[in-house]
Design a protein around this ligand. Structure first.
Ligand code: 5GP
Length: 142
């Protein structure tokens, strides 16, 4: 199995070396907006512990990750008045993975509206900041 490389972009975000629009953080987990959203409100949930993806992750890390994914999926559905929420996670490049630190996509969905392409168009920072604020407000409201 390929080793984890801590030079990946999400490792740099976790270390605070490059910015992100954070919406959530606890001892084990961080969530921030995807810079190339497939739908408004598209966010990513990451364990702080290093692994390339699901395949090499510690099951104890996964056990802490999914409740946070649920919490953020609920908040995203509320904040963006979505009809549903798509949860996605890719393992290795042939499966669509482009950044090799485990992450789960949380993507609001709407009846009859197609998703934008994966890793498609960069969103404006002020739009991402506004969406992050909406998500934080929905989380705070429970
Ligand atoms: P993957 O294909 O690995 O599952 O998804 C990686 C995701 O990270 C893509 O949806 C892409 O838009 C997003 N992404 C790539 N670079 C950055 C970045 O520098 N910051 C943030 N916040 N998201 C990124």
């Amino acid at each position: 199995m390929t080793a984890y490389d801590d030079g990946n972009i999400f490792a740099k975000i976790l270390r605070g070396e490059i910015p992100s629009h954070r919406v959530y953080e606890d001892d084990d987990t961080v969530a921030f907006m995807d810079v190339m959203p497939q739908s408004p409100g598209h966010l990513l949930v990451l364990p702080k512990a290093p692994s390339r993806n699901l395949l090499d992750a510690d099951p104890a890390v996964l056990a802490k990750l999914l409740p946070v994914v649920q919490k953020l999926a609920r908040a995203a559905k509320t904040a963006f008045e979505a009809d549903g929420v798509f949860i996605a996670q890719f393992n290795e490049a042939p499966a669509g993975q482009t950044v090799f630190h485990l992450h789960v996509h949380v993507i609001p969905r709407y009846d009859g509206i197609a998703l934008a392409p994966h890793s498609g168009t960069m969103e404006k920072p002020d739009v991402l900041a506004e969406q992050a604020a909406k998500l934080k407000a929905a989380l705070a409201a429970g």
